[in-house]
Design a protein around this ligand. Structure first.
Ligand SMILES: [Zn+2]
Ligand SMILES: [Zn+2]
Length: 201
């Protein structure tokens, strides 16, 4: 048993106890290994996070890791190539939208706009550069979050749904912006004023 108080106050006692402990570990190497393995298993996420933080904050460690990786790649060219192949697939899956070309994103967007009539539902604007896709039920934020703000995924999900017009509509930038907090578009007010004038004259 270790006397805690003495352990902290008596360096000689501490040294002796540590030596005893190391000796015990040497004699029970299998138990120690098993214990460490279980510890790592239980604290896997913690350990990972700690390592990540250390890697991010320690340039010297980053340099050593890169150096070791470079050396390993030179010594294991076949396995290195295989890992790169698997890695680029994993990268693709993680960052699909970065990899999806701008052209593909534009095409998906154009398809949605066409299916929704390609014309501002409020003011009739048809110049494509001005057109946006509006979430009628004001759940655009939620929709974007669901697809991690990846435009291609968002457009494709709308296409998969079949572009239902009760959920989505085309609005021009002006009309979309003016109605973003749920208030009616100023166009509606101006239209009423115009009608009122027509009645008077
Ligand atoms: Zn408009
Ligand atoms: Zn409008």
């Amino acid at each position: 048993m270790v006397n805690k108080e003495r352990y902290h106050s008596d360096p000689e006692y501490r040294e002796r106890k540590l030596a005893e402990h190391r000796d015990w570990q040497r004699r029970n190497i299998e138990r120690v290994r098993e214990h460490n393995r279980r510890y790592r298993e239980r604290h896997r996420e913690e350990i990972k996070a700690r390592r990540k933080a250390k890697y991010a904050s320690d340039p010297e460690l980053r340099r050593r890791v890169r150096e070791r990786a470079r050396k390993w790649a030179l010594e294991n060219p076949e396995r290195y190539r295989e890992n790169m192949r698997i890695g680029s697939r994993a990268y693709y899956l993680r960052n699909r939208d970065l990899v999806v070309s701008r052209l593909a994103i534009k095409r998906a967007r154009e398809q949605v706009i066409d299916r929704l009539g390609a014309r501002c539902e409020c003011c009739g604007e048809t110049i494509r550069e001005f057109l946006t896709i509006d979430h009628r039920n004001r759940d655009g934020g939620e929709h974007r979050r669901k697809f991690h703000n990846k435009p291609y995924q968002i457009y494709m999900s709308i296409l998969r749904e079949g572009c239902p017009t009760d959920k989505y509509q085309v609005l021009c930038m002006n009309c979309n912006f003016a109605t973003r907090y749920g208030e009616p578009c100023p166009h509606a007010k101006h239209e009423l004023e115009r009608l009122a004038l027509m009645v008077k004259t």
